[in-house]
Design a protein around this ligand. Structure first.
Ligand SMILES: [Zn+2]
Length: 201
């Protein structure tokens, strides 16, 4: 398997996201689109930190499994399919369960990046959409709609979704969002939190 194999990339990025605490053994998923309607996605079941390329599943945006070694695609594949339909420029979608971005998005409705890096990667404030049941088209369409004019969105009490022209960039956005939440939480809870209006009007 060459380095250019998207399955290798998916496995590598999944492991990095797991080590960073952004996906858990069973929660979160990553995909990479190889044509208009086909994408590789991490499977349902195996631990996200120890996947191998043969675990990854090729499927179509209409939900057909095209190639698998026996694994089922992530139960949240609809979210990926809907994002690829809504954003023809997206080549990769990363769905994380980052604790701080989830908590802060849920409680304050938004995560505002403060650092230059955060602003560059996220563009601006990241919205939180209301909870809908995981794995449903209802959630998938809500996520995709929110990502029409943004590269990141938080789902209330669940996690976040980022996209990018490459897997590296989608993953970097996921990490930037969690870092932004860490900084934002620090600023909000700091004894000088009243100064926050100076930091970002
Ligand atoms: Zn999830």
């Amino acid at each position: 398997v060459s380095l250019a194999d998207p399955r290798e990339e998916l496995v590598r990025v999944s492991r990095l996201l797991y080590l960073r605490g952004l996906v858990t053994a069973a929660g979160g998923n990553v995909s990479f689109r190889v044509s208009d309607e086909m994408f590789w996605i991490t499977p349902s079941g195996p631990h996200k930190g120890t996947l191998s390329p043969s675990d990854v599943v090729l499927m179509s945006t209409s939900g057909e499994v095209v190639e698998t070694s026996g694994r089922k695609p992530s139960s949240e594949w609809r979210m990926h399919a809907a994002v690829y339909r809504a954003r023809t420029d997206a080549r990769a979608v990363v769905h994380t369960h980052g604790p701080l971005s989830t908590t802060l998005g849920t409680t304050s409705g938004v995560v505002r990046p403060m650092s230059e890096e955060g602003i560059i990667y996220l563009g601006g404030a990241v919205r939180c959409i209301r909870w809908r049941r995981a794995g449903t088209w209802e959630l998938a369409e809500a996520v995709a709609n929110s990502l029409r004019d943004s590269n990141a969105v938080i789902i209330e009490r669940h996690g976040a979704v980022t996209l990018g022209p490459t897997l590296e960039i989608a993953a970097a956005r996921a990490e930037a969002l969690e870092e932004a939440a860490e900084l934002y939480l620090g600023a909000l809870t700091s004894p000088r939190a009243c100064w926050r209006s100076v930091l970002w009007p």
